[in-house]
Design a protein around this ligand. Structure first.
Ligand SMILES: Nc1ncnc2c1ncn2[C@@H]1O[C@H](COP(=O)(O)OP(=O)(O)OP(=O)(O)O)[C@@H](O)[C@H]1O
Ligand SMILES: [Mg+2]
Length: 189
């Protein structure tokens, strides 16, 4: 059967505290306004059900990402806009997911390029302090690898910008890449 849907997966990757979830939440309604169904797969939420029990070894992290990729593929195939916000530290694993999704729709990698220093300064969850104190093993960017993408479709900066500005930038890029249509100006009554 020919697939002529407009499904795509918007895959946010970046360090903890980079701004993935924050930007994803702002962007969701912006995409919905265009009449596209949106689903969110947030790393923290997924780890409470789909990936419950998985830890932070490379094997478990990969299993988590491949599960998210599997669900993304199903939803993308049905024309949804899937918004994933997961650290997804390994380039090779992100490539596997890209290949899975590319079979049925567009895969758009969004690198939330926030420096380790800035993420640690934000320390939204108080985890960096613990990681630097050696209390958390396998903490991405501190005691575990993060492989930044080198060919992400979109690279968004967050330092010195508001979350709204970063989200606006991503939406503009999605329009420029032809992945979402611009919102038509409302007719003046
Ligand atoms: N331009 C920006 N874009 C996004 N977030 C920003 C920006 N500037 C500051 N922030 C702040 O940075 C924090 C980002 O936290 P967020 O939970 O979104 O990170 P995350 O990447 O989802 O991390 P995790 O992987 O731990 O879930 C928020 O407190 C947000 O308000
Ligand atoms: Mg998050």
């Amino acid at each position: 059967m020919q697939n002529d849907t407009t499904g795509f997966t918007l895959w946010f990757t970046g360090l903890s505290g980079a701004g993935k979830s924050t930007i994803a939440q702002i962007i969701g309604p912006e995409i919905e306004r265009r009449g596209i169904l949106v689903d969110h797969l947030d790393g923290d939420v997924v780890r409470t059900h789909l990936s419950k029990g998985l830890g932070f070894s490379r094997e478990d992290r990969d299993a988590n990402i491949l599960r998210i990729g599997f669900v993304s593929k199903l939803l993308t195939r049905h024309g949804a806009a899937v918004i994933v916000a997961a650290i997804s530290p390994y380039a090779e694993t992100r490539e596997l997911v890209r290949e899975m999704v590319d079979d049925v729709g567009r895969f758009v990698e969004v690198y939330v390029a926030t420096s380790l220093e800035e993420c640690a300064r934000r320390d939204v969850k108080g985890l960096y302090a613990k990681a630097f104190a050696g209390e958390i093993k396998e903490f991405t960017g501190v005691s575990d690898p993060y492989e930044a993408p080198d060919h992400a479709e979109i690279v968004v900066e967050t330092e010195g910008r508001s979350p709204e500005d970063s989200a606006r930038f991503v939406v503009d890029e999605l329009e420029r890449l032809g992945i979402i249509p611009p919102v038509l100006e409302e007719a003046v009554a």
